[in-house]
Design a protein around this ligand. Structure first.
Ligand SMILES: [Zn+2]
Length: 411
């Protein structure tokens, strides 16, 4: 299985599928079409059925049931794009067999080294086969490892018809990294009762809680007057904006929070005397706290409007996604089964809240409860990204085990 995974992964990694938030098409970039078409051919060649690709680049396929038991239809998803913030062109993966635990020279010419001094987690990988970048690009283990693991698990089940299972659906989706992964996902066509994204980090990760998320845009209008004659007339929008920021609790910011703590994050601040714009994101696991944070922003805006004039301050808040826990809790057994699958394989499940969102955060609210499983990679979105091929094997085995468990528990 390991060689098969390495080959698949490297083949996918070489296609540049970096997504682009400024594009309005779906997929946002043509490289994703290229990978999507490759995956369609591969799904057909391994013997998957109902292989489809729609106008938006979503690839779906079916592994038909081989049992008469009444097993729920489950799905597995991975995304095809890589992060916009680091180049995904000309990815040239390096394979390190039997990693010795020391420094890995990614690029001799440029002196780029992946070192356990900077990344102590490398210690866990002694003896593993590692796949790294050549130091000039990201690797794309997020989430091409997930695609390779799903594909390999499907191939394994097709090659082993003695393993009984219900109907399994798989999907490969575009534009996760720019938050649009589920936007055009056809939940009805997919037709699964639950799904798992295979898009997590290191071995054992199992996630079913994400942030509730909103963004806030504040525009403050000032009044510019020559500073020599400004007394009693000038209104400096920058200073009102500073007042706004200062009324938020200083310690509830990303740089001061962890675990289940929420925050306000000032993403950008652009201003002149005449006009200042603030862009925030608001994050909280707890729905009530999340609503309270939005209310707090409205309160501050209202008090500043009272002080400086109603037409000076506009506040626009948009919800982005919600904590998937609310939708997964009622079908909690899907998390328990993933937990059991890992334990059966000797993997210690690491259940933790995601301080962000996954495609599952949106899909769960579209009627497809979707927790997240580890794909195995480390240091996502940059030149130091790497993945253990041995842990990719474990991820593929977890997928197979989950499918087995659903069948075993059905009647
Ligand atoms: Zn991802």
């Amino acid at each position: 299985m390991k060689q098969e995974l390495i080959e698949r992964f490297i083949c996918y990694a070489k296609v540049n599928t970096q997504s682009d938030p400024n594009s309005h098409t779906c997929p946002s970039t043509s490289g994703q079409w290229e990978l999507a078409r490759m995956l369609v051919e591969e799904l057909k060649s391994i013997g998957m059925e109902d292989v489809t690709i729609d106008d938006n680049g979503y690839v779906m396929a079916t592994l038909p049931a081989n049992t008469d038991k009444n097993v729920p239809v489950i799905g597995f998803l991975a995304h095809m794009d890589t992060a916009p913030e680091f180049t995904g062109a000309n990815v040239n993966p390096q394979i390190i067999e039997q990693y010795d635990g020391g420094d890995i020279v990614l690029n001799k010419e440029q002196g780029i080294i992946l070192s356990p001094n900077d990344f102590p987690e490398l210690a866990h990988y002694q003896g593993h086969t590692l796949i790294t970048t050549d130091g000039t690009t990201l690797l794309g283990a997020d989430d091409k490892a997930g695609i390779a693991e799903i594909m390999t698990a499907m191939n394994y089940l097709i090659q082993h018809p003695e393993i009984k299972h219900g109907k399994v659906r798989v999907a490969f989706t575009p534009d996760e990294e720019i938050g649009r992964g589920p936007h055009k996902f056809d939940v009805a066509k997919f037709g699964a009762q639950f799904a798992y994204t295979v898009d997590g980090g290191p071995l054992g990760e199992l996630e079913y809680e994400s942030f509730n998320a909103a963004e806030a845009k504040i525009t403050i209008k000032g009044k510019n007057v020559h500073p020599g004659t400004a007394k009693g007339k000038m209104i400096n929008s920058i200073k009102i904006a500073m007042e706004f920021e200062q009324q938020l609790p200083a310690d509830e910011a990303p740089e001061h929070t962890e675990g289940y703590e929420g925050f306000y994050h000032l993403l950008s601040f652009q201003g002149s005397v005449e006009e200042t714009k603030l862009h925030y994101i608001i994050r909280d696991f707890d729905r009530e706290q999340f609503e309270a944070r939005k209310a707090k922003m409205k309160e501050i805006a209202a008090s500043l409007a009272q002080k400086y004039g109603n037409d000076r301050i506009t506040l626009e808040i948009n919800d982005q996604y919600y904590n998937m826990r609310e939708k997964i809790e009622p079908v909690r057994h899907i998390v328990d089964i993933a937990h059991e699958a890992m334990t059966n394989l000797g993997i210690e499940p690491k259940v933790k809240p995601i301080r962000g969102g996954t495609d599952g955060s949106q899909l769960s609210y579209m009627g497809l409860p979707t927790p997240n499983l580890f794909a195995g990679g480390e240091n996502f979105h940059g030149r130091y990204e790497y993945i253990s091929a041995d842990n990719m094997v474990k991820a593929a085995e977890v997928i197979v085990e989950i499918i087995k468990l659903f069948e075993q528990k059905a009647s």
